[in-house]
Structures are given as C-alpha cells and as structure tokens.
Design a protein around this ligand. Structure first.
Ligand SMILES: O=C(O)C(=O)C[C@]1(C(=O)O)C=C[C@@H](O)C=C1
Length: 363
C-alpha cells in the first residue's frame, strides 16, 4: 500500500470519528431529555428491557465486518455512559449535598432545625379536636420546653368514614393555642389552593406521606416563604423523596425539612417499617435537615424510646412524637399517641441517655 493511500485512509478515519462524535452527542442529548422525563415521573433510569430491545435491533441490522458480540459490547458501553450522563443531572439538584456542602438550617421561631443544632422535638396530637384538648397538650409540652406544636386539621384518612379533621377551624385552634403558649405550629395541607391560606395560621406547612408526589401541591409549597415539612411517601424511594423536595426548592423555597416516617413492607409487628438507613443516606445526599416520625413509623408506644434513640444516633435532626391528653378517646391514631405523662417519661429517658443535650431543660 502506498504511503499516500495510508494517509488518505487515516484522513477518512478522522472524518468518520467526527461523524461518530456528532452522532454520539446527538444521542446523548436525547438521553438527557429522556432522563429528565424519567426523574420527573420518579422512574428508574436503568431499563434493561429497553436496552435488550435496542441491542436486538442493532444486531439484526448489523452487516459486519464487526461481529454481533462486538456490536453488543460497544452499544452496551454507550448505554452505560448514557446512564452516567443521566446520573450527572442528579448532582445538580438544588437540594443535593453536591450543590451545597453546608447543612441547611431551618428556623422556626427560636427553634433551629438541622446544622448540628440540638434535636428539634415536634409534639402534639394526631388531630386537632377541641380547644380544651389542644390547650392541655400545649400547656404540658411548652412546660417541657417544646417549641413546635403539631396537630392535624386536614386528615387524609384511609376510610372516608373516619374523622376527617376540622379543616380551617382546626388550623385556627392550633394557631391560637400555639401563640397562647409561646409555641409555633405545624399542620398538614392537602390542596394546593389552601397553601396561601394556611400561611396565615401556620409556621410550618406539612406535606403528608400520601401527598408526597402531589406535584401541584409541591409546586405551590415552593412558591411560599414558609418552611415545609415533607414526609416520605409510604411506598416512596429515597430518590423519589429527594425529587419531591426538589420540586419545592425549584420554585424558590429552600426551607425544607425531610421526614422519614416508615415505609410499607410485609412486616406487621409495626404500623410501618422505619427505614433507619434513610436518615444517614438523606443527610449524605442532601443538605436538608431530616427528622423522624417515631409515632407513625412504629404505630406503637412500647418501643418508642429505643426507636427515638436509634433515630438520633443515626443523625436525625429532630423527632415527631404524637402526644394527646387522652389518647384512649382520640379521634385518630388512638393506639400510637403518648399521653402527657408518657411524653415526659420518654423525654427524661432521652435526656438521661445523653441524646437530647441542650434540647429541652428539665423542669
Ligand atoms: O430509553 C431510555 O429509557 C433511556 O433512558 C435511554 C437509555 C439509552 O441510552 O438508550 C439509557 C438508559 C437505559 O438503561 C436505557 C436506555
């Protein structure tokens, strides 16, 4: 072969390389767009069935000289790199630790949640029922040094025949009770249209487990200036929880508290299965504070102390502890709510075990 022909072949190869490059990047752009659609829907990026279909298609069309195995190998490499590209997108999430190395600290009144501050305790009944009930609970909790009072006013219940909450009247009772006792308050909102109204009553707006992927609600929560307590859905992956938080952050509200509240598994000994590993993973992946709802995750009072200790031991920034003045007659979640004495006992146990240093002062 002449030297000229050799050089000519190399020139052609250079040109083909540039064509391949252009085609590869065109493909990469399509992959990125698909990746964004998948993350919006919370779909798994890796799709082996789709990859097999594509491999079959190219192998069928292959006329050589590359053997089919080589073609398979090359395309598998392209799929791998494409997945990597879709993962890259995750790194740029606003709520990602890669985007912000320092912890976000959410301030609610004088309570600082996250950033290594003392664990924040959120107490109060499952549902707001009466003024007297809320007064009894708030009086006890504020006496124990608890700053953030919870109470459900809009209750997404499994059965339509169960107590559905007092609605806006419940928010009003909660808000007035909290103010009366020098506390702040948090409650769940279920409709996007109610978010603005709720801001008048609440210091923190909760988005509950059943609404974690109510994207319109998330967007609305993102457009107000209130801290948002975002609970993990009962069957949601950690990644889906993070994307739900991103919906809020993407609209401009970065005051988000993540909440692990147990997930649905086959285990029946507890109401839900507390995914304890979610806490350090969430804190590793995101700069947002993470609290654990020890009441919903367990659904039982007898293991609350070890579970609360475990949550704080793995780095939770706070705990949600359902507390009622008369749990036996509570209109919802009667079984899992602590009475006022049990709440104080749990607090003392946590204090004595050294997990609550600086959080609340003994009376
Ligand atoms: O088609 C998809 O669902 C994609 O995400 C694109 C793509 C690809 O590179 O072709 C990427 C990863 C999946 O495992 C399968 C396919």
């Amino acid at each position: 072969m002449s030297k000229e022909r050799f050089e000519e072949l190399r020139r052609q190869l250079d040109a083909v390389n540039l064509e391949i490059l252009e085609v590869l990047n065109r493909r990469a752009e399509l992959v990125q767009e698909i990746g964004q659609m998948k993350s919006g829907k919370g779909t798994e990026r890796f799709d082996p069935i789709r990859e097999k279909e594509m491999l079959d298609l190219v192998v069928d069309a292959n006329e050589g000289p590359f053997p089919s195995d080589t073609i398979r190998h090359l395309f598998k490499q392209i799929f791998q790199a494409s997945l990597g590209l879709q993962e890259e997108e995750k790194k740029s999430l606003l709520i990602s630790r890669k985007n912000q190395a320092t912890d976000t600290v959410v301030q609610v009144g004088k309570l600082l949640i996250g950033g290594g501050n003392a664990p924040a305790l959120i107490g109060g009944p499952c549902s707001v029922e009466t003024v007297n009930q809320m007064n009894a609970v708030a009086s006890h909790l504020s006496g124990e040094g608890i700053h953030l009072l919870r109470g459900g006013a809009y209750k997404p219940r499994t059965s339509p025949y169960d107590f559905q909450g007092l609605g806006v009247e419940g928010l009003r009772i909660l808000s007035e009770t909290a103010k009366r006792h020098g506390m702040t308050c948090v409650s769940e909102i279920v409709r996007p249209d109610d978010v603005a109204m709720a801001c008048e009553y609440l210091d923190v707006i909760q988005i509950g487990a059943r609404n974690m992927q109510n994207f319109e609600l998330l967007k609305e929560a993102g457009s107000v200036k209130k801290p948002i307590l975002l609970k993990r859905g009962l069957s949601a992956t950690i990644e889906e929880l993070l994307y739900a938080a991103e919906y809020i952050a993407a609209r401009g509200n970065n005051q988000i508290i993540l909440c692990e509240r147990g997930i649905r598994t086959y285990e029946k000994a507890t109401r839900n299965t507390l995914d304890i590993s979610a806490v350090p993973i969430l804190k590793q992946e995101s700069h947002l504070p993470v609290v654990v709802d020890v009441s919903h995750s367990t659904g039982r009072k007898d293991i609350m102390f070890p579970i609360a200790k475990a949550a704080l031991a793995v780095g939770a920034d706070g705990l949600i502890i359902e507390t009622h003045n008369e749990p036996a007659v509570a209109l919802s979640d009667a079984k899992q709510q602590l009475d006022l004495h049990q709440f104080s006992t749990l607090l003392n146990q946590l204090r004595e075990s050294g997990y609550l240093k600086d959080t609340v002062k003994a009376k």
